[in-house]
Design a protein around this ligand. Structure first.
Ligand SMILES: *[C@@H]1O[C@H](CO)[C@@H](O)[C@H](O)[C@H]1NC(C)=O
Ligand SMILES: *[C@@H]1O[C@H](CO)[C@@H](O)[C@H](O)[C@H]1NC(C)=O
Ligand SMILES: *[C@@H]1O[C@H](CO)[C@@H](O)[C@H](O)[C@H]1NC(C)=O
Length: 272
């Protein structure tokens, strides 16, 4: 029996990658894991503010998707640029991935876009909604309620990425603008490093970030009874395969062959 789906291919990869990338993943991603199907009280007390309407010259907030994010981030980057183009990306979500608690930071971010419009040389702004783009959020190991900054240089120069969690209950647009005017990314943000770096990480470089994104997304989306089915199917397949191997290699290890027959050997082995 052969393992054929891409999700199964990701399993040995994950095991081979040792603990560290997964630890990195978990550290950034607590909110997202296990959030599907969970219920939490909604936080609808924050009135939505239509910041885009409030100011004529508001910056357009680009919406990042699995298909367009890279092209979007690189669009303003001149091929000969030596100064990075800065993007501020809000990772947000709705009822599924943010329990409906991201409205306040979303409002603050929308207002920030309006305020950025009047600042010279202010960053580009974009948002990533993990309810709509679960695979991309998984591929980046991005959790909701976080602010990511991309300092994009023309490829192949590496892109520095910083992130920080936003306090979902208290963050206002002033807080975000203050972070910008203070400009101390090294102090206020964490540098994104390692396997899950969306552009320079090993997973992205080898084209594995998106398959893994699907893998983790499926892991979240599959109900636990489905997971049990898969596990039982997998272990059955592996047992069959192992038995095929011991049976199909007569000359391999003469001394070991009888000992390899398990207790309660299947009918096929009864003749030996
Ligand atoms: C989110 O949940 C709240 C409360 O359960 C509900 O009123 C609202 O319609 C939901 N929003 C979406 C987009 O499903
Ligand atoms: C923020 O702006 C985006 C688009 O510019 C809009 O889709 C979203 O509903 C706004 N969110 C809030 C909370 O105002
Ligand atoms: C958010 O800020 C409030 C008030 O400062 C604080 O009580 C709360 O613990 C903060 N939440 C998080 C997740 O840091």
């Amino acid at each position: 029996m052969r393992f054929s789906t891409s999700a199964l291919l990701a399993l040995p990869l994950l095991a081979a990658a040792a603990e560290s990338p997964f630890e990195q993943y978990k550290a950034k991603f607590q909110n997202f894991l296990g959030s599907f199907g969970a219920t939490a009280p909604s936080a609808d007390k924050v009135p939505p503010v239509d910041a885009a309407k409030a100011k004529v010259g508001s910056k357009k907030i680009e919406t990042l998707t699995l298909q367009n994010w890279k092209e979007t981030l690189y669009r303003p980057v001149h091929p000969d640029a030596t100064q990075p183009e800065e993007w501020w990306v809000l990772v947000t979500g709705g009822n599924k991935t943010c329990f409906g608690h991201c409205l306040k930071v979303e409002t603050a971010f929308n207002e920030t876009a309006a305020k950025f419009a009047v600042l010279p040389k202010s960053p580009h702004v974009a948002s990533l909604n993990c309810d709509d783009q679960p695979v991309l959020c998984n591929a980046w190991s991005a959790s909701t309620g976080a602010l990511w900054i991309f300092d994009v240089l023309p490829e192949p120069a590496p892109t520095d990425i910083y992130w920080r969690r936003l306090n979902l209950t208290t963050t206002t647009s002033k807080d975000i603008v203050d972070l910008y005017t203070k400009g101390d990314k090294k102090e206020d943000f964490k540098l994104v490093e390692g396997y899950f770096h969306p552009i320079n990480g090993q997973l992205a470089q080898y084209g594995l970030a998106v398959p893994l994104g699907y893998f983790f997304w499926a892991l979240n989306a599959i109900p636990s009874w489905g997971m049990m089915l898969i596990v039982s199917f997998l272990s059955r397949s592996m047992m069959n395969r192992r038995m095929d191997n011991t049976r199909g290699a007569p000359g391999a290890a003469p001394g070991a062959a009888p000992a390899a027959a398990p207790r309660g050997a299947p009918p096929g082995d009864a003749r030996s």
